[in-house]
Write a protein that binds this ligand. Structure first.
Ligand code: FPP
Length: 232
């Protein structure tokens, strides 16, 4: 069996889940938070080392101010309910993206969760928060160029060296990316990192995603023949 170290998920369909039940969109996000907890624990139990979840994209700011305001409250909701349990399960919280523009109290809660869990070793739960892959790559290019311009390094970096400037530096390569809710896009998520990841698109809306859905995805991953561009 191929070892699966890093799973990334685009959690989509909260709005449609709510609409189908005659509820407002934010109720879908509310339910989605509970699912984040369940899937984080399930992933840990399955020996996954890193679970990266797309919680808020750089494009999500375009939503109504009510919805953005609600989405920004989700970390507080999540950590007030589950931080204790995540500590007990030895799960480390990390983040990619930027806290610039994120409300101060939300940024504070995220920083506190990362600080409190930094020595945990069972699994890394990595939130992509105010994250956009093109921004990440652009910033990496700028940081690299600045080091070249200052004479610190030569302009001859390899792909492996360039990766060290990305926000995912230090994490294992992404093996599998799952997107829920019958949408077939990457939506500016981990564009560099997904170059050779397996992609699985499921019809299930995020609030309906369960550990059984995760298991089906892991089984499907095992059926894939990963060649990384090589021949059989
Ligand atoms: C996409 O569904 C979902 C989001 C933009 C938010 C995802 C966030 C969570 C599930 C919870 C995050 C939890 C923490 C702890 C930060 P959508 O609203 O685009 O759904 P739709 O396509 O059906 O409208």
């Amino acid at each position: 069996m191929e070892k699966i170290r890093h799973v990334a998920i685009i959690m989509d369909g909260n709005g449609r889940w709510a609409k189908a039940r005659g509820k407002i969109r934010t109720e879908g996000h509310f339910k989605g938070v509970e699912v984040v907890r369940d899937i984080a624990i399930a992933a840990k139990e399955r020996g996954i080392e890193v679970l990266t979840l797309y919680a808020f994209s750089t494009e999500n700011w375009k939503r109504s101010s009510e919805e953005v305001g609600y989405l920004m409250k989700l970390p507080a909701l999540f950590f007030s309910r589950y931080l204790k349990e995540l500590m007990e399960k030895n799960i480390r919280i990390t983040m990619i993206g930027s806290l610039d523009g994120v409300p101060k109290d939300t940024a504070q809660i995220l920083r506190k969760a990362m600080e409190q869990t930094r020595n945990n070793t069972a699994m890394t739960l990595n939130f992509a928060m105010n994250y956009g892959s093109r921004r990440e790559i652009t910033e990496a290019a700028r940081a690299y160029a600045a080091e070249v311009a200052s004479g610190k390094i030569a302009n001859d970096c390899t792909e492996e060296q360039f990766e060290q400037y990305l926000m995912t530096a230090g994490l294992p390569p992404v093996d599998l990316c799952i997107r829920t809710s019958k949408e077939y896009r990457l939506s500016n998520f981990l564009l560099w990192q997904l170059a050779y990841a397996e992609l699985i698109f499921v019809d299930v809306l995020w609030p309906d995603f369960t550990s059984d859905t995760l298991d089906e995805c892991l089984l499907e991953f095992q059926r894939r023949d990963r060649r990384f561009g090589g021949a059989k």
